[in-house]
Design a protein around this ligand. Sequence first.
Ligand SMILES: [Zn+2]
Ligand SMILES: [Zn+2]
Length: 292
Amino acid sequence: MSSKQAAPPLPEPLRVPVADSHTHLDMQDSTVEDALKKAASVGVATVVQVGCDLKGSRWAAETAAAYENVHAAVALHPNEAPRIVLGDPDGWSRQGARPGGGDAALDDALTEIDRLAALPHVRAVGETGLDYFRTGPDGVAAQERSFRAHIEMAKRHGKALVIHDREAHADVLRILAEEGAPERTVFHCYSGDAEMAEICSAAGYFLSFAGNVTFKNAQPLRDALTVAPLELILVETDAPFLTPAPYRGRPNAPYLIPVTLRAMAEVRGIGEDTLAEAIARNTARAFGYEAS
Ligand SMILES: [Zn+2]
Ligand SMILES: [Zn+2]
């Protein structure tokens, strides 16, 4: 394996343990045990495992039940909902759902997500929201219907809501306002600018920053990080995606959280421990578990 594809080295451990607020262990090239052990060895003590479809959501719930430091989020991803309604010849996943099954198939899938959302180890409903980058105009209605259903579910179960917002800022904010956002709402892989960060902060939404905050062309993200209140900031890997610089393009995993967190502390002009303490508290509050 060339070093371009090799797993990045272990970073220096954090002195204050934090959580990876959004990861996909089921898409990573590692066992759960190894991923958690490696993460814990550098101070990433807790992870939120996020399901994107029925199979992934069931797996997230099972994994959270099996491991104390794993919390689950369950949902149909904004790109999954249209696949269930419209069908998808390339098939990302169609476990348990009838592809191309119209709104009835989406309702069936949502009923299963609703059942999972009630489980005690499931701390959040998500990732849900809107993705105008991958889903075309024909999928928007399904996406929006699914998003609204997930918001309702999160509120009814008293769980956090995890938002995926890709190139859909205005509509995501509008639908959240129309439905009434749950008490705890997290913008995962926050991708807005400083102006949107002000709007989110005023609404009390958590902003979770991923490895792309380290990318050279991401100044608007760093501006957003600068204006966000410290008590609303989270950190995540979204692994295996969005590996932070200088390892961009190589496989991401929860153990790389310290790389992103250190870059964030630098942007904020605060010490790494101060930021880590805040993030540890914030993540526990966002997802409703006891901070360790
Ligand atoms: Zn996402
Ligand atoms: Zn994700």
